[in-house]
Design a protein around this ligand. Structure first.
Ligand code: GUN
Length: 292
């Protein structure tokens, strides 16, 4: 079994970004990211903190905007309008999921697509589907693809089963893997909560990408010997022996499957750091495009 070290690969991505950031700084420009969090969900707070830290680490400008759960749709739309017009901000991210009274689609559509570093705006979704590389690709799928290519795992002609059909991971992941060229050319299946015979489907995969958001949902029975596993899940499960009272586990039962995998990502330390690195990548790309 080969461990796919997301921390190491993310650090390499960030190292390369530093060169592009230095070039921008020579022109008096600092890439700026605004991260908006509505409400007090502890997991979202941790993600937002990590994104803010990454900006600091790379010498980028970061504006963290934390709003109470009672924030209205209109207040949020007004904030987005201001950030769209702010020349110091090149990327805008609204942490998902927002409280239930917020219409997430309306918020996404209000973003300037040129600052939509999450790649959730309809323009960017369409560009991904059309293989137009001027758009932004959602960070987690981009990170998963990079883990595969950086590890020399062939996707061309491979049977790849994605478990999960979300707008953030499953659907864009499929589109990316279908693209022509390096990290693409795969035969892609998307399975989800209504899929019949899931075990047979995942067992046919050369590569399984687990993005269901359910702790240890996939076990040894789901994988053939020698499969590659990319585990997107980050689930908090109670753990009284931990000082935080919880521990993080993936959507795949790592201990049960690792011995039969050719390669597997750990949780934490697999996909998570890559998502952040790709967010920084998208933000630098947005800055370069907006200021060229
Ligand atoms: N929540 C979970 N993943 C993401 C992400 O990639 N972007 C945003 N904005 N929210 C998320």
């Amino acid at each position: 079994m080969n461990l796919i070290d997301g921390k190491k690969i993310a650090a390499e991505v960030e190292q390369k970004l530093l060169e592009r950031i230095a070039l921008l700084k020579q022109r008096g420009i600092t890439p700026g990211l605004a991260v908006v969090l509505v409400g007090e969900d502890p997991a979202s707070q941790a993600y937002v903190r990590n994104k803010d830290c990454a900006c600091q680490r790379l010498g980028m400008f970061s504006r963290k905007i934390e709003l109470p759960a009672s924030t209205s749709q209109n207040e949020l739309l007004q904030l987005i309008e201001k950030l769209n017009d702010n020349p110091l901000i090149h990327g805008i991210l609204v942490q998902s999921p927002p409280p239930s009274h917020i219409d997430e689609q309306a918020i996404t559509k209000a973003l300037d697509p040129r600052k939509d570093v999450d790649g959730f705006h309809p323009i960017n979704v369409a560009k991904l589907a059309m293989d137009d590389e001027s758009g932004f690709v959602p960070c987690t799928p981009l990170g998963c693809q990079h883990l595969l290519t950086a590890h020399g795992i062939e996707t061309r002609g491979a049977n790849i089963v994605i478990v999960g059909r979300s707008l953030i991971v499953g659907k864009p992941m499929a589109l990316l893997l279908l693209r022509k060229g390096l990290g693409g050319d795969a035969t892609v299946t998307i399975a989800h909560s209504r899929t019949r015979h899931l075990v047979e489907i995942t067992r046919s995969a050369d590569i399984v990408i687990a993005a269901l958001g359910r702790p240890h949902a996939l076990g040894a029975e789901n994988l053939r010997e020698g499969a590659v596993v990319i585990d997107v899940g980050i689930n908090r499960i109670p753990d009284t022996s931990s000082s935080t009272g919880y521990r993080l586990v993936g959507d795949v039962d790592f201990d049960a499957v690792a011995h039969r995998c050719a390669a597997i990502t750990p949780v934490p330390g697999g996909v998570g750091p890559m998502t952040i690195a790709m967010l920084m990548h998208n933000c630098v790309k947005a800055c370069e495009r907006l200021t060229s």
